[in-house]
Design a binder for this molecule. Structure first.
Ligand SMILES: CC(C)(COP(=O)(O)OP(=O)(O)OC[C@H]1O[C@@H](n2cnc3c(N)ncnc32)[C@H](O)[C@@H]1OP(=O)(O)O)[C@@H](O)C(=O)NCCC(=O)NCCS
Length: 188
């Protein structure tokens, strides 16, 4: 009888990382059954709990792309389309839409699977930004993303538009804060 061969552990260094990754290599999925702890007094899934599941599923795609520690920098758009009920089977899918220098935009889509016939109902969608960081919390350079299908190319282009919108909004808020400091409210 032959003895099983030992497989030597492979040490992967940052130099071995591909410069480009595909969207398919980042695709991630999570399934959750909704239990009483996840629900409000009407038996509907709490919005904050759903955001937690979305954050986790998004982080999985970001992790697969960066192969690094990641932190959530922004969750800037979320649509709650229909309620999720106690006992529902929740399916979350994520993939990276675009990679920038140290950050990725991830799209997460959420469905409820009807237990009777397995049909999927779209319940929520969200976009998140994750930043790859080292152990000291410094942003890290990451591989680029190569979109392949027409849908991936559309999401890739849309992600740039959302980033520009995010940056413009952040600059507007910064300017507003500066003005508030320069002109304190009357009576204060
Ligand atoms: C996210 C974080 C690492 C960015 O650090 P920073 O010193 O501001 O870094 P930089 O300004 O150099 O930006 C680094 C990247 O983050 C992106 N970024 C920073 N703040 C962002 C925000 N609010 N929204 C989207 N992207 C953001 C930048 O666009 C940049 O992306 P790029 O390298 O791909 O161009 C830092 O703000 C942080 O640690 N935040 C807390 C994260 C966290 O704890 N999340 C969990 C929430 S409880």
């Amino acid at each position: 009888m032959s003895t099983p061969r030992k497989i030597a552990a492979q040490k992967i260094t940052p130099q071995d990382q591909p410069a480009v990754r595909t969207v398919a290599s980042t695709q991630s999925e999570m399934t959750e059954i909704i239990l009483p702890n996840d629900a409000n007094t009407l038996g509907n899934l709490l919005g904050g709990r759903l955001m937690h599941f979305i954050d986790l599923t998004g982080a999985m795609a970001a992790y697969r792309h960066t192969r690094s520690h990641v932190v959530t920098a922004a969750m800037d758009h979320i649509d709650f389309i229909r309620p999720v009920h106690l006992g529902d089977l929740l399916i979350l899918k994520s993939s990276v839409n675009r990679a920038f220098t140290s950050s990725v935009e991830v799209g997460v889509k959420v469905w409820v699977e009807k237990l009777q016939d397995g049909t999927l109902l779209h319940v929520a969608s969200a976009y998140l930004v994750f930043v790859a960081i080292d152990k000291e919390g410094r942003p890290q350079k990451i591989p680029q993303l190569q979109p392949e299908t027409p849908n991936e190319i559309r999401r890739f282009n849309d992600a740039l538009r959302r980033r520009q919108h995010r940056e413009a909004e952040a600059a507007r808020r910064k300017q507003e804060r500066r003005q508030q400091v320069a002109q304190p409210a009357a009576g204060s």
